[in-house]
Design a binder for this molecule. Structure first.
Ligand code: SF4
Length: 913
């Protein structure tokens, strides 16, 4: 521990599943265990030092808990700095001694508070600028930390630069020329690879072969519409990241072009950003960035929204959040609020809605009409990526960009899809259409503006295009007509009106009929369980079709003036009127783009409605749905998915590209028959829908799965017996001393198991965290899990392959049962098209392979993969890497196998029965 200031004279409270501990303000006093009731009384009585108020509230069962939360203080003192939001994480971040037990935590909180407050008096405080001004605003908002901070932060001698003055402006750069057409030679690719891996790296033949294969995707195209497509199965541990970065960096250097690497998870984006430094410097000599992480605009802070929030648009706790976000924005690397350097836990402390309201989710950007346009994080990210050698994006963004990028020159042409097994899923949602209450009310607000009583700067079309509305007659009329027509869309309170059977307007009437029909016909069993409900869009009766016709006409009446407005805007750009200045022109360009995709959206809804009464289109699956969470309805609508979403993907992404690599450890089916295994990968790539120049390559993992892992199928935990299931989880976690990832297919069972075992494990010093239980975002949960080798984590789908935790922190994966696909209407349609049970098996094998893939991330990792299901079919065992030992045994036998597994120091077979 560093020389630390005296602990703060404030009482501190800590609660875990094992109990509650309180330490009085007098630092000489001792920490005592107290009951939950006393803890609730204490925290309601006076502001106490606490860590992570929402989590504490869950532990105490006292929802409106508040206090002096150390995380808020940390966010103020060290904005944009990473900390795992646990006592241990806080101790690490502040270089204090880690608490070795729950009862040591309150003292740590006192020390940490004192440390952070003292830091504000330190002349070396890196994030001082802006703190005094922010504190004045926070004091007016009665932020609990404002008092303790007041004497610590001296008023600066000169006025501080306000955030909007401090941020740098982006510069427009000249358009880049098209890339040179070059072919990469094997020798130079391998030289580049060894330069990236470094002189002391061990020789990895698999990685070399992989890099040489990946280089082919960068060769010149022979025919328009015929991209090089490489499907590369890369077993875990091959080193595929540097394997493709070697040819990618070489190609971009020699050709002057940009390569996009697309991922599905944020974890891989982070890893790629780190690995790319081997190939590119942080900045070029001219100060520009060769590597840029690019996300959808809804991820970034909108400075105009922030300014509005700071100036009264937000009230109460949300206003405190806005001040902390402003502190962060001044120090952020790129303004990315979702998965960037804004702590994921900040949204949970203040409610995620506040974060969302500060981004540009609803396409209300006014572009050059915005006073912060030249400093805008989003605009900067668009511009830097146009000049970058490497753009790190995600699957959805690559697809959206290919489909509707503002600038054709910015559409990716050389793309590496890492985590390629997720492309299908990303395409499925990108190319879906949903005519629902929440979608249509968004459109209404975009056209008309917000309704009464809403705070904030949100404006409708006529305010955003005020100059056109007043100076241009045709444009002005089109705007007025669109606003009038948008009145037919659902408005505030639509869901309540539907529930009360009092719909207003043609769209609400249709949605009311959708709701009634879904409740009449749903036979999924979800009604009692509280899940979402659905029914096929089939056998619809006359009155329903009539309502659909009315809704369709209302949508057409909105689309027409929007189209006229679009044409008028085009004309203005071609022949600008006198009153149109440069800013106005940029604003019109932005508006034209935003209009175009909304017109497409409305047209897609109209065509969805038009087909309802007629014969089904074999390319699509349509159904009616009531979306619910814990039996609470939150959306109602008509859903449309492509039966095969790789069809539109192939046309919009693959066909215009020159070279595409799709790679993953689980691209192929684990069927065990070589060609059949590739068939699935080819089908899922979309390459079969176009005239692609297709290449397949397979690179086996270098790991010794027979030595490093074991699959245990437990045969004596009865299906549906929650007490037995919970006991099995608890005993397995106790046997490994934590380090377990528990995967569930149903949230209900996850919660039931967690509720039964969390206290028992906590008392043994084995913290158990859970998605859908703890009020912590998934990324932070994984950070907590990674940080503590005694912790275990329970979760559902997102954890099955979004977790990259090498080493000892993850040594056991437990699946509660075979991960069958949910028998939805969409699944049934694809199952029929995909060959029945063979299709199901393919899905399950992929899920098993992905879950198993969490276990062994390095050559020194050891671990067990346990499935608590006697009904595990043998035909699915080929999902696991060849050579992995598989045993069917009782729970007692399994416990003997798993106990004593320590990655890096022993191996799992030490305790064979
Ligand atoms: S340019 Fe658009 S996104 Fe950027 S700050 Fe202004 S309104 Fe927000």
């Amino acid at each position: 521990m560093t020389g630390s200031p005296h602990p703060l004279p404030l009482a501190a409270l800590h609660a875990s599943h094992a109990g509650c501990w309180m330490r009085e303000r007098d630092s000489e006093g001792s920490t005592r265990a107290i009951g939950k009731g006393d803890a609730v009384m204490a925290v309601a009585d006076t502001p106490l030092l606490i860590l992570n108020a929402p989590l504490l509230a869950t532990r105490l069962g006292y929802p409106d808990l508040s206090g002096l939360d150390l995380l808020e203080l940390f966010a103020f003192v060290h904005p944009a700095r990473f900390v795992v939001p646990t006592p241990k994480g806080l101790a690490h971040a502040l270089n204090l001694d880690e608490p070795d037990s729950d009862d040591a935590v309150p003292a740590l909180l006192q020390q940490a508070a004192a440390h952070l407050l003292a830091h504000c008096e330190n002349s070396k405080w890196a994030e001082r600028e802006g703190a005094w001004s922010a504190l004045q605003a926070l004091a007016r908002l009665r932020w609990p930390w404002a008092g303790p901070l007041a004497d610590r932060i001296a008023r600066p001698e000169r006025a501080e630069r306000w955030l909007f003055a401090k941020l740098p402006e982006w510069e427009d750069a000249a358009e880049t020329a098209q890339p040179r057409q070059i072919t990469l030679e094997d020798g130079e690719v391998l030289d580049r690879l060894s330069a990236l891996t470094g002189p002391n790296a061990e020789s990895r033949p698999g990685q070399k072969a992989y890099a040489a294969e990946a280089a082919h995707a960068f060769s010149p195209r022979s025919k328009r519409g015929q991209p090089h497509v490489l499907l590369a199965q890369a077993g875990t541990g091959i080193g595929k990241t540097l394997g493709y970065l070697a040819p990618a960096s070489l190609w971009s250097e020699k050709s002057g072009g940009t390569v996009w690497v697309s991922t599905y998870t944020k974890a891989l984006q982070r890893q790629l950003r780190a690995e790319s430094h081997r190939a590119w410097p942080e900045r070029r000599a001219d100060g520009s960035q060769p590597v840029v992480v690019r996300k959808g605009r809804e991820n970034y802070l909108c400075l105009l929204n922030l300014e509005d929030a700071l100036q009264g648009g937000f009230a109460g706790r949300a206003a405190v959040l806005a001040q902390l976000v402003a502190r962060w924005a001044a120090y952020s690397r790129d303004g990315d609020m979702i998965g960037g350097d804004l702590p994921g836990w900040l949204g949970t402390l203040f409610r995620q809605r506040g974060i969302t309201a500060l981004t540009d989710r609803r396409g209300e950007c006014v572009y050059a009409g915005c006073p912060h346009y030249k400093k805008c994080f989003i605009e900067r990210s668009v511009r830097t990526s146009a000049q970058a050698d490497l753009v790190i994006g995600n699957h959805a963004l690559v697809m959206v960009n290919a489909a509707r990028s503002r600038d054709v020159a910015q559409r990716p042409t050389r793309i590496v899809f890492d985590e390629g097994h997720h492309i299908f899923q990303a395409a499925d949602s990108t190319f879906a259409a949903a005519l629902s209450g929440s979608e249509t009310i968004e459109l209404r607000r975009w056209v008309i503006g917000p309704e009464r009583n809403s705070r904030g700067r949100r404006r409708g079309l006529s305010a955003r295009l005020a100059d056109i509305a007043s100076y241009d007659e045709t444009g002005g009329e089109a705007i007025a007509e669109a606003c009038e027509a948008a009145g037919a869309l659902p408005g505030d309170g639509w869901l309540q009106r539907l529930v009360e059977n009092m719909p207003s307007g043609p769209l609400e009437e249709l949605l009311g009929a959708v709701r009634a029909l879904v409740y009449a016909r749903d036979e999924s069993g979800g009604q009692d369980a509280g899940y979402g409900l659905e029914t096929e869009a089939a056998q619809l009766e006359g009155p329903f079709i009539e309502l659909a016709g009315g809704a369709q006409a209302a949508l057409a009446a909105l689309r027409q003036p929007l189209m006229r407005l679009g044409i008028r805007l085009e004309a203005m750009l071609e022949e600008p009127p006198d009153w149109l200045d440069r800013q106005g022109r940029a604003r019109i360009e932005g508006a034209r783009h935003a209009l175009a995709w909304r017109i497409d959206l409305i047209a897609a809804w109209e065509s969805l409605l038009e087909r309802l009464g007629g014969p089904a289109d074999p390319d699509f699956v349509d159904w009616l749905a009531v979306e619910r969470s814990d039996a609470r309805e939150f959306d109602i609508g008509i859903q449309r998915r492509w039966l095969d979403p790789m069809k539109p993907f192939a046309k919009t992404v693959l066909e215009p590209a020159h070279g595409v690599v799709m790679t993953s450890a689980t691209l192929k089916d684990g069927h065990g028959v070589e060609q059949a295994d590739w068939d699935k990968a080819i089908l899922d790539s979309g390459a079969g829908h176009i005239d692609a120049d297709l290449r397949l390559s397979d690179h086996a993992s270098p790991f010794d799965y027979a030595r490093q892992s074991e699959v245990l199928i437990v045969t004596d935990v009865k299906k549906g017996d929650i007490p037995s299931l919970a006991a099995a989880y608890a005993r397995l976690i106790e046997a490994t001393g934590g380090g377990a990832l528990g995967l569930f297919t149903a949230i209900r069972r996850l919660r039931a198991v967690h509720g039964r075992i969390a206290d028992r494990l906590a008392r043994a010093g084995l913290p158990l965290y859970a998605q859908h239980v703890d009020p912590i975002d998934t990324g932070t949960l994984v950070d907590i899990f990674r940080d503590d080798p005694h912790a275990s984590l329970l979760g559902t789908d997102a954890l099955r392959d979004g977790v990259d935790v090498p080493g000892h922190s993850l040594r056991l994966v437990v699946m509660e049962q075979v991960p069958w696909a949910r028998p939805s209407i969409l699944h049934r349609a694809r199952r029929v098209a995909g060959g029945g049970s063979a299709y199901d098996d393919t899905i399950i094998r992929a899920r098993l392979a992905q879950a198993f893939g969490r276990l062994i991330r390095g050559a020194d990792d050891f671990g067990h993969f346990v499935v608590l299901s006697a009904a595990f079919p043998s035909r699915l065992l080929s999902a696991f890497p060849p050579g992995t030992p598989v045993r069917r045994l009782t729970l007692d036998e399994a416990l003997q196998h798993v106990s004593g597994t320590v990655s890096g120091s022993s191996q799992p077979h030490a305790n064979h029965v």
